[in-house]
Design a protein around this ligand. Structure first.
Ligand SMILES: Nc1ncnc2c1ncn2[C@@H]1O[C@H](COP(=O)(O)OP(=O)(O)OP(=O)(O)O)[C@@H](O)[C@H]1O
Length: 256
């Protein structure tokens, strides 16, 4: 294990009964890296995220964050340590406004816990309100401040969810298919947001849109058959015959 990795995955596997979904994954991720994770449907990408975030325990292997073993650390403690994830489906409070969702997230970041009624006092909690409004302005969502989440389009809901992840100022942000089901303009919004993230933020992104992920990632990890098939620069992965084989079934053609 190298000391300088912010996230180290050492021989991790996951089995569901006799089904060995992930067999032996090892990976080192360094601060500020943008890691793109791709692989065919069912390759185990989301399962891998679940292991990293503590949503599922690994069947074997160890996971380290900043050299500290976190393999058995519960999910909420990993979040407190700065590991934040978004899901394929939105995880928002749909009956509340965008502002209220953001206030609750900021409340959590500042350690207030979920004491919702207190947040109604805008004067007392001025700093949180100001931060929320600044974030909505910064990320171009001011016009949605008072919109009720359930009335937004699916793409907008995903945008808000990613904004909430960013609002927590994580060290490591894990995005599970952030552009899935989005229109082109909604995808462009997410791509723009990802490019504007702080450079020292470490990003792991599962993404089926190869144009998006090849554009963002410094390094790609291709999961296949329970293991890492190929790992390397987007250029290398794009031209790798094995990768082309699993994506389009031909060694002659390239991914994009
Ligand atoms: N809790 C579970 N119990 C049993 N099998 C599971 C469980 N979670 C995932 N699997 C199986 O593990 C395999 C990998 O699923 P996973 O969602 O991790 O793949 P993925 O690469 O993210 O797929 P996709 O690209 O379609 O989202 C699938 O066959 C899935 O059915």
């Amino acid at each position: 294990m190298k000391k300088s990795a912010t996230l180290t995955v050492d021989g991790v596997g996951k089995s569901f009964g006799g089904l060995h979904i992930l067999k032996d994954i090892s990976l080192e991720v360094f601060k500020g890296e943008r890691i793109g994770i791709i692989g065919p449907n069912g390759a185990g990408k989301t399962t891998f995220f679940n292991l990293l975030t503590g949503d599922l325990p690994p069947s074997r292997g160890e996971i380290y964050h900043n050299d500290k073993k976190i393999t058995k650390l519960p999910n909420y403690k990993r979040t407190r340590q700065g590991m934040v994830r978004t899901f394929q489906k939105n995880n928002l409070l749909n009956e509340l406004s965008v502002l209220d969702n953001l206030l609750l997230t900021l409340q959590r970041k500042l350690g207030y816990g979920y004491v919702w009624y207190k947040m109604r006092n805008e004067k007392k909690y001025k700093a949180i309100y100001e931060e929320a409004h600044q974030l909505l302005e910064k990320w171009g969502l001011k016009h949605r401040t008072n919109a009720i989440v359930k009335n937004l389009s699916y793409g907008e809901q995903r945008q808000i969810e990613i904004l909430l992840g960013v609002a927590l100022e994580p060290q490591i942000l894990l995005l599970d298919e952030p552009t899935a089901g989005m229109s082109q303009s909604e995808t462009d919004y997410i791509v723009d947001l990802l490019y504007k993230l702080p450079k020292d933020l470490t990003l792991l992104i599962i993404e089926h849109d190869l144009d998006v992920v090849f554009g963002i990632a410094d390094r790609m990890v291709v999961l296949y058959d329970g293991g890492v098939l190929v790992e390397g620069s987007p250029e290398m992965v794009r031209n790798d015959p094995k990768v082309n084989q699993i994506y389009i079934g031909s060694e002659e053609e390239q991914i994009c």
